[in-house]
Design a protein around this ligand. Sequence first.
Ligand code: HEC
Length: 121
Amino acid sequence: MKFKLIAVAATSIALAMGGVAGLNAQEDVIAERQQAMKDMGAALKAGNPGDVAPLAAKLKMLFPEGSTSADSEATPLIWEEWDQFVALFDKLEADSLAGAGARELGGTCKECHDKYREKKS
Ligand code: HEC
């Protein structure tokens, strides 16, 4: 009986630790994509719209399912409409590679933010 209790306790500790590790990975990915978003904004401001393409390509990988948090402005709609969401990054990348300017690219930024980002501050 006592042994069983210890086994159960050990299992819950292991589960709790796994949970914490998972949470940290999720926070890392959120911080990384927020930085990549800022870098895209900086590229546009600096007059380098061509620099947006690799960032848009990278960003597609930085939204694992369900990765949202109190600090994140990502809405759950992203994973319900994943194909449409990713299509906006593809468009951004393609337009940037094709030499589109900040104004045109900015329209895609806004289109996605209007739908899939919930401003918290
Ligand atoms: C396909 C959707 C999508 C596109 C396209 C997109 N964004 Fe975002 N953006 C988001 C989402 C979702 C967030 C919220 C991320 C989070 O907080 O987890 C965000 C957040 C941001 C942030 C805030 C980052 C922070 O520090 O919290 C900036 C700045 C930003 N985007 C700039 C841009 C610019 C500039 C473009 C266009 C060149 C762009 N985004 C294109 C979806 C998009």
